[in-house]
Every structure is written in structure tokens, then in C-alpha cells.
Design a protein around this ligand. Structure first.
Ligand SMILES: [Zn+2]
Length: 352
């Protein structure tokens, strides 16, 4: 199992053009060249991670029956998580790069994020059907990014309520054309087939509770952080907190909202109590207190470096060469996303 996962992690990130799917276009050619370095982890890093996983009780999952090759794990009773790959979208991965979950109640099922294509979404749906035949009543999107919403179309036949932050429709609506064009190029025709932009039919203003029968999901909008439309979900029956892309692990965080807001929100989230958290990118589930620290360190490092550079009268050009580079070895896809994170942070912090 681990060998297989290691092989997956060694796929070269040659699809650098996808960066614009989430963020502003890159300003020069340097990051494009850098991002062609294969994403590899050393055998030593791999073994260390495997040992850490074996040592943590939270991570001893029961793998559910695989459906069409899409692996899901039951991280708590009735809570299933599929772990996306640490890659950019490609014909080979079919947009399967973010975590997607589903929660099974006595009456119905809720999906939390639907992967990055209708093809991958259908595989997720098949994985759900391998576990339960209860109706899929809700498809919840944690935020607007394509790797979390482009699988929505696979669930249309279930006639679910599509649920998101009240700002999701505006954010996704205004970026839809760009997201579609880029993903068509990146995924190729076969994996792009069936993708539709499906906006929420239930917009969450502050918080909403969804009853699945025997368990409830509490949905809460959050301040601008990863994006301006991040939604968190708590399964009350198991005390599982789904953080979407407010939590990245292993995969470098991507900033499309506010670095100040994100850092402040991480402080708030650290005060919460949860039996486990599910990241938007990272392992199936993690322990809350340990999960937040690396991401906080990464964002704080960028913020501190950028503030110092601004104080020293340096420019954005200086910042993208140095700010936060102490974090380079700690994250996968760093060379692909980091310069854009610094660019976004610089634009925000130079006016404070
Ligand atoms: Zn995202």
C-alpha cells in the first residue's frame, strides 16, 4: 500500500499551467521552470511518515470496499474520506486531487466536496453506493475551487440540495469561465466530460444544521482565509470537523483569500475541540492540535518575511525570491504555489 502511494507521489508536476485555476497568473517564467521538478519524497521521509501513521490511533482506519478504484476509509462510524493525490489535475488523475468525504445517517447521506471532475465524482458516487443505498440528500462544497466542486454534476441524478457559503456563488460564478477553460486543458477531453458549474441551492449565511437521521451536520461560514467562501462542517455524532482547504497537510497551502484572516482563523480553530479533523488536502484525518501547527508556521513565515521586506523598502520582486523559502523542504508542490502565495501576501500586507 505504501509503495503504491509512494509511486503516486513521484509523478512529475508537468501541468504547471493549472496554477491559474486558483490564483492570479504567474508573473514570470521562473516558477514555471521550477514546477517541472518531479514531486518526490525520499524513502527515509516516506518511512518516517509511515511510522508516524502507524503510531497514531486516529489513523488506523477501516478501508471501505473499493469501487472503481476509488479508495475511501471510514475514519469514524459512518464517516468516510477519500484522500486526493498531491498533484495538479491531469488526464491520469481525473481531477482527483482533494479530499472528498461522505457521512451516512439513518435517513440519508451528505457528500462533503465532490472531487475535480464529473468522472471522478461518479467514482465517488460509486464508492458511496458500495457502502449504502440511502438517498444522497446533500452535496456540500467547502469552498469554490474546482478540485472540490467540479464533481458536483455526478450527483445531479440524486437531486440533492447543493450547499455552500453564501459567497460561493459569487466567487465561483465570476471565475467559472477561467476555471472551465483551464481544467479543459489540464484534464483533457475524457476527464473533462460532464463537468458543469453547479452553484449552491442552499446558501449558508452564518450557520445551518442538516439532519441526516440520527446525526446532524453543523455548517459554519468562516472569515476570509483560504478564500472568501470557506465553510466548515462538524458531524455531531462523531465530533469530526471537516475543515476543507482551511487545513492543508503535506500539500503546500494555497492562498486565495487573506493571509491575516487565515492566521487569525487558525488561532480560533486551535481553541476548538474535535475528535478529529479532515483536511482539504492531506491525510484522511488528523488530530486537531497537531494538524494546524505546520500550516500556521508556513503562513506566519511568509507574513513575517514579507513584512520585514516591506519595512526595508524591498519590492515584490525581492519578496518572491526569498520570503518563506525556509519552508521549501516541508511541503509538496511548494515550487508550484509558493511564489503566488507570497505575491498575494505582499499585495495584502503592503497596505496595512
Ligand atoms: Zn482550495
Amino acid at each position: 500500500m505504501y509503495r503504491k502511494r509512494q509511486a503516486r507521489l513521484s509523478v512529475p508536476c508537468h501541468n504547471f499551467a493549472a496554477c491559474a485555476a486558483r490564483m492570479a497568473p504567474m508573473s514570470d517564467d521562473k516558477p514555471r521552470a521550477l514546477c517541472c521538478v518531479p514531486c518526490e519524497i525520499s524513502r527515509q521521509q516516506f518511512l518516517r511518515a509511515a511510522l508516524a501513521m502507524a503510531a497514531s490511533p486516529l489513523l488506523r482506519f477501516m478501508p471501505a470496499q473499493a469501487a472503481e478504484g476509488l479508495e475511501v476509509s471510514e475514519v469514524a462510524p459512518g464517516v468516510f474520506v477519500h484522500q486526493g493525490r498531491y498533484e495538479l489535475q491531469s488526464p491520469e488523475n481525473r481531477g482527483d486531487m482533494a479530499n472528498a468525504s461522505f457521512v451516512v445517517g439513518t435517513e440519508s447521506v451528505a457528500v462533503i466536496d465532490a472531487l475535480g471532475s464529473a468522472v471522478a465524482g461518479r467514482e465517488l458516487r460509486a464508492a458511496i453506493r458500495a457502502v449504502t443505498d440511502k438517498p444522497i440528500r446533500y452535496v456540500i462544497n467547502t469552498h469554490m475551487h474546482p478540485d472540490h466542486v467540479f464533481g458536483n454534476a455526478a450527483f445531479k441524478e440524486d437531486n440533492p440540495t447543493f450547499v455552500g457559503h453564501y459567497k460561493l456563488a459569487r466567487g465561483l460564478g465570476s471565475r467559472a469561465e477561467r476555471y472551465l477553460a483551464i481544467n479543459k486543458t489540464m484534464l483533457g477531453d475524457a476527464a473533462f466530460e460532464g463537468i458543469e458549474v453547479i452553484l449552491p441551492t442552499l446558501a449558508v449565511e452564518n450557520s445551518t444544521t442538516l439532519d441526516l437521521g440520527g446525526r446532524s451536520l453543523v455548517l459554519e461560514t468562516q472569515r476570509t482565509a483560504h478564500t472568501d467562501n470557506d465553510l466548515t462542517i462538524t458531524d455531531t455524532a462523531t465530533d469530526t470537523l471537516f475543515l476543507g482547504d482551511l487545513l492543508f497537510s503535506v500539500h503546500v497551502p494555497t492562498l486565495d483569500g487573506s493571509i491575516k484572516g487565515w492566521l487569525a482563523l487558525l488561532d480560533d480553530l486551535a481553541q476548538k475541540k474535535a475528535a478529529r479533523v479532515v483536511p482539504g488536502h492531506g491525510p484522511h484525518a488528523m488530530e486537531l492540535t497537531q494538524a494546524l501547527a505546520p500550516e500556521h508556521r508556513y503562513l506566519a513565515s511568509i507574513a513575517a518575511d514579507v513584512r520585514q521586506l516591506i519595512k526595508d523598502g524591498k519590492t515584490l520582486e525581492d519578496a518572491i525570491k526569498t520570503a518563506g523559502f525556509s519552508e521549501r523542504d516541508a511541503w509538496k508542490l511548494f515550487d508550484h504555489y509558493h511564489v503566488r502565495n507570497v505575491t498575494a501576501a505582499f499585495a495584502e500586507l503592503e497596505w496595512e
